[in-house]
Design a binder for this molecule. Structure first.
Ligand code: B1M
Length: 212
């Protein structure tokens, strides 16, 4: 188990887009739990990529190819993270806020929410506040799920909440936020309804915001 997880870790770090899906499949076949593959192989590797970037050993291209390798592995993992035959638990509009292009964490949150029975409208990355407002106005979402990975884009979470208020629809949907620089304190400061530090706790939060 150790060996294959180490290989996934190394392959994500080196951005080997072909090796990662095959190794993830091999790990699944070997009976390693999907959450272990995700956390100990893939997310651990992305954290190390971030560390090397901070230390000036990796640059944007290395981060990008590592991200692509991780996305390729996630595609294999996705059906195993989702539970079959669960009924809809609520409707979520999700996105990474304006100015921010990081989507791996947001994609994971969406995958697990879908797996838990939520209907998810994923608006992608760099999403302007007005786009969230439009979906809520159309009555298509019970929850707004905002992700941000950059300290410089965190204020766009508050801008999105403010835009919902200005549009008069703030009470039609609960707002949950997350991403590496986000904290509960920040969520309280900007008037979000909840914060989750990782994707599985995002599902628990979404359920509790739906009253479940
Ligand atoms: Co960027 N980047 N990046 N990057 N990048 C970080 C975030 C950084 C911390 C790296 C570092 O310096 N250590 C740093 C931010 C520093 C800061 O703001 N304090 C940084 C920087 C500086 C930048 C650029 C500015 C670099 C540059 O151009 N000079 C640039 C910005 C571009 C932009 O967005 N406008 C940039 C670009 C990129 C790439 C495009 C190359 C690539 C992203 C590719 C992609 O996403 N498709 C990238 C990557 C890969 C990273 C790191 C290495 C990895 C992020 C990741 O995917 N982690 C990252 C370092 C790090 O985070 N350790 C870094 C794995 C993922 C599963 O975790 O997204 O945290 P995460 O999601 C978690 C939780 O946070 C949570 O659940 C997830 C699963 O458990 N979560 C939620 C996330 N959203 C949630 C929402 C919820 C609840 C929970 O509720 C709604």
């Amino acid at each position: 188990m150790e060996t294959i997880l180490n290989e996934i870790y190394e392959n994500v770090m080196n951005g080997d887009q072909n090796a990662v899906p095959a190794k993830v499949q091999a790990a699944l076949t070997a009976g390693i739990p999907p959450a272990t593959i995700l956390n100990e192989g893939m997310i651990a590797a992305m954290n190390q990529v971030g560390k090397l970037f901070e230390e000036g050993e990796y640059f944007v291209p290395e981060m990008l190819i590592a991200a692509r390798a991780m996305q390729a592995g996630l595609a294999v993992l996705k059906p195993h993270l989702a539970l079959a035959d669960v009924k809809a638990a609520g409707r979520v509009v999700a996105g990474t806020v304006k100015g921010d292009l990081h989507d791996i964490g947001k994609n994971l949150v969406c995958m697990l929410l879908e797996g838990a029975g939520f209907e998810v409208i994923d608006l992608g990355t760099d999403v302007a506040p007005e786009r969230f407002v439009d979906v809520v106005k159309e009555g298509k979402a019970d929850l707004v799920a905002l992700s941000a990975l950059l300290t410089t884009t965190m204020p766009n979470m508050k801008n999105t909440i403010d835009a919902l208020t200005t549009a008069g629809v703030r009470d039609q949907a609960r707002v949950m936020i997350g991403g590496a620089p986000i904290t509960q304190t920040y969520a309280d400061q900007i008037g979000a309804d909840g914060y989750a530090p990782d994707a599985s706790r995002a599902v628990a939060l979404a359920k509790s915001l739906m009253g479940g």
